[in-house]
Design a protein around this ligand. Structure first.
Ligand SMILES: Nc1nc2c(ncn2[C@@H]2O[C@H](COP(=O)(O)OP(=O)(O)OP(=O)(O)O)[C@@H](O)[C@H]2O)c(=O)[nH]1
Ligand SMILES: [Mg+2]
Length: 203
């Protein structure tokens, strides 16, 4: 059975944050990298998360519940959006810091990287931030339909050198690696699911 996603909470201000004792996987990445599109692709719905060609569309922390497993995907606001004001950027940073602070329920951060571009400083900064917070990273390369396999492999290797993990290439347009990504998310949020799958194979 396919997982389903339901938006259960949207947070714009620090005082709207609440502690959920539920495993959480963060989705993060530069503005316009394709976070909202990936959520819609995973959900198999066109308009669950708002998509726009204007960068910086998502300005809130969005909690999506994953059924039947019961963990959350948490979409973080895009960063690196040059046209938004300094004070707005500082507000986002504070909201994210507060969300991360003393949150033992974060299982991992999916870091979305554009498969057409070499590693960029703001991607590296985001990765350092999660490392500093002791949050494991799952690198994902987005918009794979927009690049040639050969070019993508070069970028993938560069990331592998830096992260020591090979990013999974996905496309929200074609659905490439959608099921693999769901499996990865499921076992990262609920490690026991990996054991259950193994047992099924042995039976
Ligand atoms: N061809 C192609 N286009 C994509 C893909 N994913 C996203 N896009 C396009 O890229 C643009 C930005 O996508 P969004 O999903 O809104 O990006 P975002 O990361 O949520 O952006 P912010 O909300 O600004 O942080 C839109 O025009 C999408 O249609 C993909 O896999 N393939
Ligand atoms: Mg978005």
């Amino acid at each position: 059975m396919d997982n389903t996603l339901t938006l259960i909470k949207t947070v714009y201000e620090i005082n709207q944050l609440e502690e959920f004792a539920t495993p959480q996987i963060i989705l993060a990445g530069r503005s316009n990298v394709g976070k909202s599109s990936l959520i819609n692709c995973l959900a198999n719905r066109k308009k669950l998360a708002k998509i726009s060609s204007t960068p910086g569309k998502t300005r809130s922390l969005n909690y999506y519940e994953v059924d039947p497993h019961g963990y959350f995907l948490v979409d973080l606001p895009g960063y690196g959006y040059a046209r938004c004001s300094k004070s707005e950027r500082a507000k986002w940073a504070k909201l994210i810091d507060q969300y991360m602070l003393d949150n033992p329920h974060i299982a991992a951060a999916v870091v979305l990287l554009d498969s057409r571009h070499s590693p960029q400083q703001n991607d590296l900064d985001l990765i350092s931030y999660f490392k500093h917070c002791n949050v494991p990273i799952l690198p994902i390369m987005t918009k794979a339909d927009k690049s040639k396999q050969k070019d993508r492999a070069k970028i993938q290797n560069k990331w592998e050198d830096i992260l020591k993990i090979k990013p999974l290439c996905v496309s929200s347009k074609t659905g490439m690696n959608r099921t693999r990504l769901w499996n990865l998310l499921d076992v990262t949020a609920i490690p026991e699911l990996a054991e259950i799958e193994e047992e099924k194979k042995e039976d």
